[in-house]
Write a protein that binds this ligand. Structure first.
Ligand SMILES: *Cc1c(COP(=O)(O)O)cnc(C)c1O
Length: 431
């Protein structure tokens, strides 16, 4: 596949943008290549600047549950745009989207819109701290919550419960407010509550961790967190920025029968335009300015174009849409695993409805970060490269998941499986 124009643009971008990109994972660093410059995209396909057409399973990293350029979403945005691109004042579109969000997240009496997932989680954390009057947070190794200072913390070596900053520039005093635990280890959380219970404002978790592999949590673990939070009057925050609106029966919390106090949303909620949101019951949300003392604001929050894209996206997500994506997902899971097994390749596809991940290893899929095989990145890099050359775009990182949209069909799924079969055959022939 010729990518000379992409490569030239990347080279030029290196003089103007840091590493040529505006978000690090786009840089293809972990799969050893150059980023591909997109020119346009429609449905399941993207066309790059060299004219190559790729079947896209990245879908802008999650937001595009109806694929690229869905005509109804484009029309809705276009129509709104003619009335103005930003008001900085209330408008009907905000109520429309809030009603749709509340329908799917019934524990939310009120919603606040922001412009990204990071902003949603960051603001939910501030609200939880303001509401409880406490500073400390509990987070889990392997969960990503955006680039929020107090959540960019990981465990150091050993069983340290105080984490280390995942990036320079995060004050040590901020890191010290975050306690860190392995996923699926309720005893570890219990221990933290015994030690710090009165100081813990909130437990923050991706109930379906999907940014460091797809680590499918047991409902009992999540309900255990609920019980501990209740016992210590701490809030439970579900970060469903990536998992929200992905399941027919509701949120991942709903699937597990666990209701959080606060939920943070992003990605699908904006249908490809920048939207994040957080919501909770009245007494919590009313602590937020202008009703309460906890301050949070945004010039472009509730942007009319973004609200319209979000509302149209959610309207298109009926039962039929979910059934359709589930059918494609099941087909992918079954056929892909047959091919991986046939080649004796140490990787298996794990899946929840329209979300999938190539889990390294051929045994039980990991549910904790430390269970992910260390050679994941190497295993994946070769496969990624070969699939790309066959016209299939997967995330350029072994730890990022794939997304099925309503714009995919069985030919895209079976094509990906065939491409994998060919790629693995080729790799066996050229050791
Ligand atoms: C993507 C993501 C975020 C960050 O959202 P941005 O819109 O990239 O700021 C936060 N939490 C989770 C679970 C995510 O998947």
């Amino acid at each position: 596949m010729n990518r000379s124009k992409s490569d030239a643009l990347h080279h030029e971008a290196l003089s103007h943008l840091v590493g040529g990109v505006n978000s690090p994972v786009r840089a293809f660093k972990s799969v050893h290549g150059n980023p591909i410059y997109f020119e346009k995209a429609s449905g399941a396909h993207v066309t790059d600047v060299d004219g190559n057409v790729l079947v896209d399973f990245v879908q802008s990293w999650g937001p595009l549950i109806h694929g690229h350029s869905h005509p109804k979403i484009i029309d809705a945005v276009h129509e709104k745009m003619l009335n103005g691109t930003s008001f900085g004042a209330p408008h009907l579109g905000e109520i429309e989207l809030a009603k749709r969000v509340k329908k799917r997240f019934p524990h939310m009496d009120k919603v606040r819109f922001v412009s990204s997932g990071t902003e949603a989680v960051m603001s939910a954390v501030r609200l939880a701290r303001g509401y409880t009057g406490r500073d400390m947070l509990v987070k889990f190794e392997g969960c990503y919550h955006g680039h929020v200072d107090s959540l960019m913390v990981s465990s150091g070596s050993g069983l340290a419960t105080f984490g280390i900053a995942s990036s320079p520039g995060i004050p040590q005093k901020t890191v010290a407010t975050t306690l860190i635990c392995p996923l699926d280890d309720l005893d570890a959380v219990k221990f933290l509550f015994e030690e710090h219970g009165d100081d813990i404002a909130a437990v923050v978790i991706e109930p379906l961790p999907a940014n460091n592999g797809l680590l499918i949590q047991r409902p009992e673990f999540l309900s255990g967190l609920r019980t501990l939070c209740d016992a210590h009057e701490s809030l439970l925050i579900f970060d469903e920025v990536i998992s929200g609106f992905r399941f027919k029966k509701g949120s991942y919390g709903d699937l597990c029968g666990v209701t959080p106090d606060l939920t943070a949303l992003g990605k699908v909620i904006g249908g490809g335009l920048p939207v994040g949101a957080y919501g909770a019951r009245h007494e919590i949300m009313e602590q937020l300015s202008p009703l309460g003392p906890v301050y949070q604001a945004g010039t472009l929050s509730g942007n009319p174009l973004a609200m319209a894209a979000g509302a149209t996206t959610l309207d298109l997500l009926d039962g039929e849409a979910y059934d359709y994506m589930e059918k494609l997902g099941a087909l992918l899971e079954e056929r892909m695993n047959i091919v991986l097994e046939k080649h004796g390749h140490p990787m298996r596809l794990v899946r929840m409805e329209s979300l999938f991940w190539f889990s390294p290893g051929d045994g039980k899929p990991a549910i904790r970060a430390d269970q992910i095989a260390k050679d994941a990145a190497n295993l994946y890099a070769d496969v990624h490269h070969s699939l790309l050359n066959r016209g299939y775009m997967l995330a350029p990182s072994a730890y990022e998941i794939g997304f099925i949209s309503t714009s995919h069909d069985s030919s895209h799924i079976l094509g990906l499986v065939t491409a994998m079969d060919e790629a693995l055959t080729e790799m066996e022939l050229t050791p």
